[in-house]
Unconditional design. Structure first.
Length: 319
């Protein structure tokens, strides 16, 4: 009996240790602290000690991959050459050359916007430009950081093919930049539009693919009602598979990255039982981070890596 109890204790300890390494992802660098998707923001996230730099990429007219959450210039964070915030949504980035794009300043939130109230702790970085993906890779290389990873989201939508390259071209541009930097073993590719993830899996099967999901009024890329099939999911329908984890497993993904509000003990356990890693986004307060960790997520995607690091340290969790 003692031996059985001892074995049980060992198993519990092994199970607990398996849960203690968290993938801490700095969302758009450290958006809660410095301007999003800018080199200073990524540098700060690395200094704080994140595991992974999370970022978004789009392409310019001349085929340069740049780091931007929005496929069109966002007036809430974009100033023109005169220093004035754009009055409305600017041109699609794919319509601009990289030189033309470089004339815009994205180092500050428009103080009159709702966005500014949401991120009142963000410090401005006047003069920051939308960087090339290659510039971020150089920044990391020059810093000497040989461990930080990259979670790169392809920003495209099946509803606006005019805003981005087609999925095949997008993946080709992305994987060329990654390969040229020698970072194929330090990236994961993520998207709400699963078409790019299928291409990555076909052409670069060793690269982890992260399947993003959201079910909201603004965006529902799952369409769980089953009334129509989602154009986002590359043919892997909720109607056929019956759950999001099963959809992602059938699609060949390695990770499920979900809006934290849509995660619960049941679907996290199901995903883990299928061999998937589970990430929660975007988690910015200590209470919600605590709840996600208690549910057993494998990673936190956060605008406030400083708060997350404090919590992980308090809980004696590695990241």
């Amino acid at each position: 009996m003692r031996r059985l109890i001892g074995l049980a204790v060992v198993c519990i300890a092994v199970g607990a240790s398996a849960q203690t390494t968290i993938d801490l992802q700095g969302h758009r660098g450290a958006r809660g602290l410095l301007a999003e998707n800018t080199l200073p923001g990524f540098a700060l996230a690395m200094k704080l000690g994140v595991t992974t730099l999370e970022l978004d990429v789009v392409a310019t007219r001349d085929g340069v991959l740049v780091i931007s959450h929005d496929p069109a210039l966002n007036p809430e964070i974009t100033r023109d050459s005169t220093g004035s915030f754009l009055k409305s949504t600017g041109p699609n980035i794919v319509e601009l050359s990289f030189d033309e794009l470089s004339r815009y300043d994205v180092g500050k939130i428009n103080p009159w916007s709702q966005y500014a109230r949401t991120f009142s702790s963000q410090r401005a970085v006047d003069g920051a430009r939308i960087p090339r993906l290659a510039e971020l890779f150089k920044l990391v290389r020059d810093s000497g950081n040989q461990k930080v990873r990259f979670a790169i989201e392809t920003k495209l939508t099946p509803h606006r093919p005019d805003q981005t390259p087609d999925p095949e071209t997008f993946v080709r541009l992305l994987m060329k930049d990654i390969g040229d930097a020698g970072l194929t073993d330090r990236v994961q590719i993520l998207s709400f539009d699963w078409r790019t993830l299928q291409i990555v899996q076909r052409d670069h099967p060793t690269v982890p693919t992260v399947y993003l999901t959201l079910q909201s009024r603004a965006l529902d890329n799952i369409m769980a009602s089953g009334e129509v099939d989602s154009p986002w999911n590359a043919g892997f329908t909720y109607r056929k598979h019956g759950s999001i984890p099963k959809m992602i497993k059938a699609a060949g993904g390695t990770h499920w990255s979900s809006n934290w509000r849509e995660l619960n003990a049941g679907n996290i356990a199901e995903a883990k039982g299928l061999g998937l890693k589970v990430l929660a986004w975007t988690v910015n307060d200590r209470e919600t981070m605590q709840r996600m960790l208690d549910l057993g997520v494998d990673g936190l995607v956060t605008d406030r890596p400083d708060i997350a690091i404090e919590l992980l340290t308090d809980r004696k969790l590695a990241w």
